[in-house]
Design a protein around this ligand. Structure first.
Ligand code: ATP
Ligand code: MG
Length: 439
């Protein structure tokens, strides 16, 4: 029979040898989120299609071209989440969390699905770390969200990231801008792609986000939103910039950023890396003051971002950012014979109770092959158990790094010896780091 040995195009696997990198990234983003008062939210992988049509917007690329939508067996239209905000906000509204202390601060690490052309940094299943701050109108909230993203990137050791920000105004100033855009694009009507032509009347701002080269070229000369935003939006934007300056966060204003999702208002931003090719946006977000109302909830000025974790990992690998070492196996016991195997299983169990990772033979291999295996998995200590060891109730524990061997009593002496050695090593590590710090 043929092996079904290929994953679906645009999806990826995290193999056991790589999972520690993901754990490190996930731990870092969760820790930083907690420092800013965000707690985790988990929502379903699929939602009613209508949720995304109403929030992301039915003239966006995401909704028009990229969603995984299907009818379930009950005939309901279901969509795999293309992003995390809609589900998080839906959940916060459904459970009335906004009746508690505002803002509601929630973060997630989640898979997203978009039917896009797979390429480096662009997948059909990808993962986002996202934060949503619901019920926070002040410009300090915008600055803090951006600072959160900035801190995550710094903690992960990522360098050479540029932060670009813009304001896309509120529905009031947007009306004037939309009219100006309509007039501008109408003059090049015959050159626009089919999708953009359909957007011309309904949502001309979306044309600015089109990936087709001709539309992009036309968009170059389009009117800029910053020339149209109202006094309130302008003042808000100025305060965001002032807060970022005060906090020492470097940014540039890029009037071309409009973002690909309809729910954004006022501040929008992107963190961009030049190290991973053309899909360089590693984190993107902004304010979405109208979304909660759009979904039938109360008026709740809100904001957030989504960070693409595959792209983060790509940048880290490209830049050689350090990942903490994967936890090694502490003890490998090589038994010879059935009685020794039983003793090995018992000692492994005692070691695990004390928090040490311990393995013994489960493949029925001879001593030589077992020692080769112990070496391959990087076991810190090994113990050989044969008839002599069982009779004398003592064995030699070998420190695989130093080569040093200690006689230990079976079974408890094994555990206390590993314990002593581990403490000794921890102190040695601490001493050398203190020495490095010259304390
Ligand atoms: P892009 O301009 O790259 O298509 P976007 O505007 O569609 O991005 P958002 O919807 O704001 O992106 O998603 C936030 C982040 O999620 C992006 O900045 C990126 O890091 C990541 N991301 C988006 N789409 C993909 C994808 N198909 N594959 C991998 N990561 C993605
Ligand atoms: Mg996109």
């Amino acid at each position: 029979m043929d092996l079904i040995a290929e994953a679906i195009k645009g999806t990826g696997d995290v193999l056991p040898g790589n999972a520690y990198k993901w754990h490190y990234i996930e731990k870092t983003v969760s820790d930083v989120a907690a420092l800013f008062g965000f707690r985790e939210i988990r929502t379903p992988v699929f939602e009613k299609t209508e949720l995304f049509e109403r929030s992301v917007g039915d003239t966006t690329d995401v909704v028009q071209k990229e969603m995984y939508t299907f009818n379930d067996k009950g005939g309901r239209s279901i969509t795999l989440r293309p992003e995390g905000t809609a589900g998080a906000v839906r959940s916060i509204l459904e459970h009335g969390l906004f009746n508690e202390a505002l803002p509601v601060k929630a973060y997630y690490i989640t898979s997203c699905y978009r039917y896009e052309k797979p390429q480096a940094g662009r997948l059909r299943e990808f993962h986002q770390f996202g934060v949503e701050c619901i019920g926070a109108a002040a410009p300090t909230a915008d600055a803090e969200i951006i600072m959160l993203g900035d801190m995550v990137l710094k903690r992960l050791g990522i360098k050479n990231i540029s932060l670009e920000i813009n304001s896309i105004g509120c529905p009031q100033c947007r009306a004037k801008y939309t009219a100006a855009l309509k007039e501008y694009f109408a003059a090049s009507k015959d050159k626009l792609c089919e999708t953009c032509l359909s957007r011309l009347d309904r949502n001309p701002m979306r044309i600015l986000d089109c990936k087709s080269p001709i539309c992009r070229e036309i968009a170059e000369g389009a009117p800029k939103i910053l020339d149209y935003i109202c006094d309130e939006c302008n003042d808000h934007f100025n305060q965001v910039k002032a807060h970022l300056n005060a906090a020492g966060v470097k940014f540039t204003v890029n009037p071309r950023i409009v973002r690909g999702l309809d729910y954004y208002t006022k501040t929008v931003f992107e963190f961009i890396s030049n190290d991973i090719g053309s899909q360089g946006a590693v984190c993107a977000g902004g304010r979405y003051d109208g979304l909660a109302e759009e979904l039938g909830g109360p008026h709740l000025p809100s904001l957030g971002f989504g960070m693409g974790l595959e792209r983060i990992l790509m940048v880290m690998e490209k830049q050689g950012c350090p990942f903490p070492e994967e936890k090694k196996i502490d003890l490998y016991i090589a038994p010879m014979g059935g009685a020794a195997a039983s003793e090995a299983v018992k000692i492994c169990s005692l070691a695990r109770e004390e928090g040490f990772a311990a393995l013994t033979d489960v493949a029925g291999r001879g001593l030589k092959a077992q020692m080769k295996y112990a070496d391959k998995i990087g076991a810190k200590f090994t113990l050989v158990l044969g008839e002599n060891e069982l009779n004398s109730k003592s064995a030699r524990l070998k420190n695989m790094q130093s080569g040093e061997q200690i006689d230990v009593e079976l079974p408890d002496g094994v555990i206390s010896a590993i314990y002593d050695e581990t403490i000794k090593n921890t102190f040695a590590d601490l001493e050398s780091s203190l020495e490095n710090l010259k304390i």
